[in-house]
Design a protein around this ligand. Structure first.
Ligand code: GAR
Length: 212
């Protein structure tokens, strides 16, 4: 069984979706720790309620990004995880940190990558009159939101949408696709080789498995 460390900064709805699929025995894994960079967030309560080890490693306690990432790395390595799941972890990570977990770290990003890397993705999609938007699950590489995509989910953008409406629609999809990708990883079906994502030893296209 794979051991998983989940990093969060907030609500933790993606964390909850993964907890639920583990509880339903759909994912052959165990979350050994949930780590937040922000104290008091709801995701920590979700971990507590599920009986999962949870801790805060606050970026405010460190003078630089490098020092923070060194401390975060040490805290993660205590649990010797097979997989690191970034689930709404709102920090830019140093190459040193990312390169310590090559092929072992997943992220969910709220856009159809490579579109809309970075922040405020929902408002940017609305401002550009995009007909569709969505979420991507990808392996993490040192380039921000730049690692190979594994799976995407698309949603329509309606003319009357606010960024909040669109975020809710996208997050509903995230909660479907993130547990599925974690499941694949835990079954040893997923890997990253030479900067490409593979499922069942077949390379995944740029827009993820099942792109149409
Ligand atoms: C999710 O929508 C995720 O895509 C986004 O934060 C939200 C966290 O929700 N992540 C990023 O923007 C990463 N750059 P959650 O805490 O309820 O899982």
């Amino acid at each position: 069984m794979k051991s998983i460390v989940v990093l969060i900064s907030g609500n933790g709805s993606n964390l909850q979706a993964i907890i639920d699929q583990i509880d339903n025995e759909k994912i052959n894994g165990k979350i050994v720790a949930v780590i937040s960079n922000i104290d008091g967030v709801y995701g920590l309560q979700r971990a507590e309620q599920a009986g999962i080890n949870n801790l805060v490693v606050s970026h405010k306690d460190y003078a630089s990004r490098e020092e923070y990432d060194t401390a975060l790395l040490a805290n993660i390595e205590r649990f010797s995880p097979d997989l690191i799941v970034l689930a709404g972890f709102m920090r830019i990570l140093t190459p040193y940190f990312v390169n310590s977990f090559t092929g072992k770290m997943l992220n969910v990003h709220p856009s159809l990558l490579p579109k809309y890397k970075g922040l405020n993705t929902h408002q940017r999609a609305i401002d550009d009159d995009e007909p569709e938007h969505g979420a991507s699950i990808h392996f993490v590489s040192p380039e921000l939101d730049g690692g190979p995509v594994i799976l995407q989910a698309k949603v329509p953008v309606f003319p009357e949408d606010s960024a909040t409406d669109l975020a809710a629609r996208v997050q509903e999809q995230e909660r479907q696709i993130y547990p599925m990708v974690v499941k694949w990883f835990c079954e040893d079906r997923l890997s990253m080789q030479n900067g490409k994502a593979y499922l069942d030893n077949e390379v995944i296209g740029d827009n993820g498995y099942a792109a149409n």
